[in-house]
Design a protein around this ligand. Structure first.
Ligand code: SF4
Length: 382
């Protein structure tokens, strides 16, 4: 395990046979997995792996495993299809649209919830930018545009700027977010491209804010190079917030999660969301049941400062972003943080405990008589 020299050229690996640390038997086995769920990594990210540790968390994140072939989950676990109004444009929450501007990432996380993008990028990604801009322009309620994919920083800076410029010309768009894992998979993308930094500081002005939404899942991903990339981004004046899925064998320990949250806050990155791992195909072995996850998150938060524990533990359900807010012996308490339907906004829900539940649909609702439009009234157990 050795961080690469700064001047080393990074290359991307797409074939299991290129992984020199694996035995021929492992390569043969894992090539079958990669036929179904693509493998990709930068050599920089592979250099973070401790190959002597079969349970190494970085290895678990990026190297395919046979457990992915266990039948479980869906290709579109959050039903993004229902909110797709144009290929590559999703409009789920009234003020926010997603543009899937890239079908490639610097690496492919084994627990990815958008595996389908890598299977049929033509169908999933944005092809008609003028049509997307026209849609945003006609919908005055849209104040936030999230560029995602895939990874927008896989685009050249000039292509990315072309999109950001057109979005920023729509007056009612006040925030442009760039969802990226490039500070993790390939920090050189930031360190070696001053034009990217110039472009971000140009468009981050008094009319609109740019936020970089990072995706760190383990403290070891905050390498010296990654932190250097983050500091360069911070100097442009953009906001930086992090989204962390809770992943079995990676950050499902209070100590590891606390360290991650603390180190993010030390680096000036706001811990924003901790996500319940979505029930995507192949994800069972990476998923922590919700109630166990809640305990891990709370224990981690107990070990860090207020600035490090700003993240909410949520699941991105088809019906909205649902926060896991509490638990007692018999019940679990959830609340819509963002709802696809306005009448669900802020709605509080009480479910009977189910230690095996990994998603909202696995719970039996204990209390059913929620009056509409009274989202903040709390009900005790029956
Ligand atoms: S960075 Fe995001 S979109 Fe890309 S593989 Fe990982 S989870 Fe999937």
């Amino acid at each position: 395990m050795m961080e690469m020299q700064k001047q080393a050229a990074t290359r991307y690996l797409n074939r299991i046979e290129q992984l020199e640390h694996l035995s021929e038997h492992e390569k043969a086995q894992l090539s079958k997995v990669a036929e179904k769920f693509a493998f990709r990594s930068s050599d920089y990210y592979l250099s973070l792996i401790d190959w002597d540790d079969p349970d190494d968390p970085i290895r678990r994140i990026i190297i395919p495993h046979q457990r992915e072939l266990n039948a479980w989950g869906r290709l579109d676990p959050s039903d993004e299809h229902s909110y797709t109004v144009l290929p590559g444009l999703e409009h789920k929450y009234n003020s926010t649209v997603l543009l899937l501007v890239s079908s490639v990432c610097g690496g492919i996380c084994r627990y990815c919830f958008r595996k389908r993008v890598f299977m049929d990028s033509h169908k999933e990604c944005l092809r008609d930018i003028p049509a997307a801009i026209d849609y945003i322009r006609r919908h005055h309620e849209i104040t936030n545009v999230l560029l995602t994919g895939g990874d927008p920083l896989m685009l050249t800076t000039s292509r990315l700027e072309n999109i950001i410029r057109q979005v920023s010309e729509v007056g009612h768009v006040r925030i442009i977010r760039i969802g990226t894992r490039m500070p993790v998979f390939y920090p050189y993308r930031i360190i070696q491209d001053p034009t990217l930094l110039d472009m971000l500081s140009t468009y981050n002005d008094e009319r609109r804010a740019i936020y970089i939404m990072t995706h760190f899942v383990h403290p070891r991903e905050l390498s010296t190079l990654a932190v250097e990339g983050i500091q360069l981004l911070r100097r442009t004046g953009v906001g930086i917030a992090n989204q962390t899925p809770l992943i079995r064998g990676v950050n499902d320990s209070p100590d590891v999660l606390a360290k991650l949250l603390a180190q993010l806050s030390f680096s000036g990155v706001v811990p924003y969301y901790i996500f319940q791992c979505r029930p995507a195909v192949g994800n069972k072995a990476y998923t922590v049941p919700i109630e166990e996850g809640y305990e891990i998150v709370e224990q981690a938060k107990a070990r860090v400062s207020g600035l490090a524990k700003r993240a909410r533990f949520v699941m991105s359900h088809a019906s909205g972003k649902i926060e896991i807010v509490g638990r007692t012996k018999d019940f679990i308490y959830l609340k819509y943080h963002r709802a696809a339907c306005d009448q669900d906004s802020g709605r509080f829900m009480i479910f009977k405990s189910n230690p095996d539940a990994c998603w909202l649909d696995d719970f039996d609702e204990a209390i059913r008589d929620y009056p509409a439009n009274q989202p903040y009234r709390l009900y005790g157990p029956e």
